[in-house]
Design a protein around this ligand. Structure first.
Ligand SMILES: O=C(O)CC1=CCC(=O)O1
Length: 258
């Protein structure tokens, strides 16, 4: 367990893998912590996996109101502290952070993986309704609805669903709301269109939060980006279909990262 002190508080991170391995930073999604990557890391041997909990999530402190640009600064500070340049892998809001980071600090990145993300995600009124529901009833009150977007129907009937539902339901409400507000306010279209680095873009064909056409539109903005859709996967393919997700990542890391 490692900690990077930021102006807003303590940011929890963790490093696995050989010290001389390719540095790969993993940025998780709304309502998840760095355990999001547990199933895929054993499938990506040899990398130096650097994962962290963004503000208000996991074991990091809550930082009050935040923007995607602020979250990109946190990611930049982590890369600087752990030795970059790194490959950045971001899922959902993690991918929004990746787009902002790659546009602002390209010298810190070797390549970018955007999973289940887009420059804009969801209409502001949808986020306002979600925030109101969390203010009224806590994060647990929206957990069942969110599970329908995170996972395809077969996974939702397995015992494996429960830890993920618990992770979401136990997320700090203020941290969750701050991240929702950051997403609602973000439009990274110009940032994404300005990117000039190797990019792999991944969608899940059952994703209820960032459907494949939305994610394809993200890939279309980035010259040369490689785009793939994983069959049978919802919003969190690194959990639901880890072998398929890692099979896309492994050759990309080999081809583009050195
Ligand atoms: O909670 C969801 O609907 C999925 C999601 C949207 C942004 C994010 O990071 O996760």
């Amino acid at each position: 367990m490692q900690v990077l002190m930021r102006p807003w508080g303590a940011m929890h991170y963790r490093i696995d893998g050989p010290e001389d391995g390719l540095p790969v930073v993993f940025a998780n999604s709304l309502g998840t912590d760095l355990r999001l990557w547990d199933a895929v890391l054993p499938l990506l041997p040899g990398i130096r996996a650097i994962r962290y909990d963004k503000r208000g999530h996991g074991l990091s402190d809550s930082g009050g109101p935040v923007s995607i640009a602020d979250l990109a600064e946190d990611a930049a500070a982590l890369i600087e502290a752990t030795g970059g340049p790194a490959v950045f892998v971001g899922l959902s809001i993690g991918g929004m952070i990746g787009q902002a980071l790659a546009a602002r600090r390209p010298e810190l990145l070797r390549a970018l993986v955007l999973s289940n993300t887009a420059p804009r995600m969801g209409a502001p009124e949808i986020w306002a309704a979600r925030i109101a529901a969390v203010r009224a009833g806590g994060v647990a009150s929206i957990a069942d609805a969110v599970m329908e977007r995170w996972f395809a129907p077969p996974f939702r009937t397995t015992p494996a669903l429960h830890p993920w539902r618990n992770m979401l339901a136990r997320c700090d409400a203020q941290g969750y709301i701050a991240a929702c507000e950051a997403i609602a306010a973000a439009d990274l279209t110009e940032a994404a269109a300005s990117l000039r680095l190797p990019a792999l873009v991944i969608a899940g064909d059952q994703d209820g939060s960032s459907p494949p056409d939305l994610v394809r539109g993200t890939a279309d903005l980035i010259p040369g980006a490689d785009f793939h859709v994983i069959p049978g996967a919802g919003h969190l393919p690194c959990v639901e279909t880890p072998a398929a997700w890692a099979a896309l990542l492994a050759p990309f890391l080999q081809d583009h990262a050195r």
